[in-house]
Design a protein around this ligand. Structure first.
Ligand code: AMP
Ligand code: ZN
Length: 470
């Protein structure tokens, strides 16, 4: 399977060619752990997971590295404002370490619920301070930095390629058109590699360095950690589109500035989730988390389906109606799958008919062309609705597609069918429907009726589970 991807560096769809045959090194910018992730952040991680799964499906051995930002990310992506974690700790009356630990755990819980594969390497910024100091030192040796006001800055005028990937306007850069609060900078686009206590006296996390006791600028960690785990040249770097003009631009300046050579082959960026036409953002205070969705009866897999229904490079408008449609579709899919499981065992893949292979080809074609998840989903639906394909084949082909989609399609054999009668199963489904429709009184009544028949139901983030009461 030849995978084609839209490379932000060059703005074209390109055939993916790894540096080492059969292997992929992929780095994705991870969360800043000062609060819960909102579902906009999670959209980006879902797209990155789709990319990883697609590459694995195409036969590559993927090493996926993700950082966790637990120091240095200021409330502004430039160098103004306050460290987000310090601010959150003060507001919540906790230590910075407690805040980082709490929200790191919450993040990994969220991504697990969403069926996102755990990265091969998860690395925390605070565990890599020596690597960051070494990288800043290399930049200093190469004459790409200056010291001012106790801080160490990257001097973009010494890196002629600055802004290449983001297509930043050179003239505008030279004129320094943007307003900048940090008077130490020679150019507003210069950025801090290391802050000393001269900037934030009360920063709780501090380390010794050649430039004084202090802490790293946010961009430094991604260059230092990606190169540590993936080498100084690797295949893919991802993130949300907001990272293109500042964070990723600065990462390139640091890494290519230090090595003097090209760093990353493919830059892949996911578009925003919008709330009322604006980017969903924690800073605006108007954001939705996975637990908010759970309260509305929307499961993580429903949200994953919602995201896959749009191409990752299109903006996606969040709305209750659209989410509800995705929820119904995803559950319809799961129901079809469990009915098929009642009818048949998945067929062996060699035994698939031409017809079902046709759907698989359509699916692969969609995914291979820049992760076309909407078309891939319609191939899955086409397969399931085709009365000319036997149940076992449908199951086999759908499970294969789901290796890439990562939806909760009840892959476990339904312990249900053989053990209880159809009437009981219908009641379980009816109760789930009532819950979805918000008719909790009816849902409770059905629960009681099931209990009297010896069946206990439990609502979990993965859907309603039931078991026989012993
Ligand atoms: P942060 O934790 O703020 O560093 O953001 C984590 C990831 O979420 C980054 O890759 C951002 O680009 C991405 N992101 C932030 N807001 C949105 C949004 N509304 N929609 C999609 N991705 C987003
Ligand atoms: Zn990053």
């Amino acid at each position: 399977m030849v995978v084609q991807l839209f490379n932000t560096d060059g703005r074209t769809i390109q055939e993916f060619k790894p540096l080492v045959p059969g292997r992929v090194g992929m780095y994705t910018c991870g969360p800043t752990v000062y609060n819960f992730s909102h579902i906009g952040n999670l959209r980006t991680y879902i797209f990155e997971d789709l990319l990883r799964r697609a590459l694995e499906y195409a036969g590559y051995d993927v090493t996926h590295v993700m950082n966790v930002t637990d120091v240095g990310h200021l409330t502004d992506d430039g160098d103004s404002g306050e460290d987000k974690i310090v601010k959150s700790a003060r507001e919540r009356g906790r230590s910075v370490w407690e805040i980082a630990e709490m929200y790191t755990a919450a993040f990994f819980r969220d991504i697990e619920l969403l069926g996102i594969e755990r990265p091969t390497v998860v690395c925390r910024a605070t565990d890599h301070i020596p690597e960051m100091i070494a990288l800043a030192g290399r930049l200093e040796e190469r004459g790409l930095t200056y010291r001012a006001g106790g801080n160490l800055y990257y001097d973009i005028s010494r890196f002629p390629e600055y802004g290449r990937m983001a297509l930043l306007d050179r003239q505008e850069l030279q004129a320094g058109a943007r307003v900048e609060i940090d008077a130490n900078k020679r150019n507003p686009r210069d950025f801090a590699l290391w802050f000393t206590s001269s900037k934030f006296e009360h920063q709780a996390m501090q380390w010794d360095s050649p430039w004084g006791r202090g802490y790293p600028g946010w961009h430094l960690e991604c260059s230092a950690m990606s190169m540590k785990y993936l080498g100084e040249r690797f295949d893919i770097h991802c993130g949300g589109v907001d990272h293109i003009p500042v964070h990723h631009t600065n990462e390139i300046a640091q890494s290519e500035g230090a090595t003097g050579a090209k760093w990353v082959s493919y830059w892949i960026h996911g578009e925003f989730l919008l709330l009322d036409r604006a980017k969903m953002a924690r800073s605006s205070g108007r954001f939705v988390t996975l637990s908010d969705l759970a309260e509305r009866g929307v499961e993580p897999a429903d949200y994953r389906y919602f995201c896959l229904g749009a191409h990752y490079r299109s903006q996606l408008q969040f709305s209750d109606e659209a989410l509800e449609a995705a929820r119904n579709a995803r559950r319809g899919l799961a129901e079809r799958m469990s009915r098929l499981r009642e009818e048949a065992e998945p067929a062996a893949s060699e035994g698939l008919s031409e017809r079902s292979r046709g759907y698989l080809d359509e699916f692969r074609g969609a995914i291979a062309l820049d992760l076309g998840s909407p078309r891939a989903l319609s191939a899955l639906w086409g397969l399931l609705k085709d009365s000319g394909v036997r149940a076992g084949e449908k199951l086999a082909a759908a499970f294969e597609m789901n290796r890439v989609l990562g939806l909760d399609l009840s892959e476990e054999p339904a312990e249900s069918a053989s053990e209880v009668d159809q009437g009981t199963l219908d009641l379980v489904r009816e109760r789930e429907r009532s819950r979805k429709e918000g008719d909790y009184a009816r849902a409770d009544a059905i629960r009681e009726r099931l209990r009297s028949q010896g069946i206990a139901v439990e609502d979990t983030p993965q859907g309603t589970k039931w078991s026989r009461v012993k």
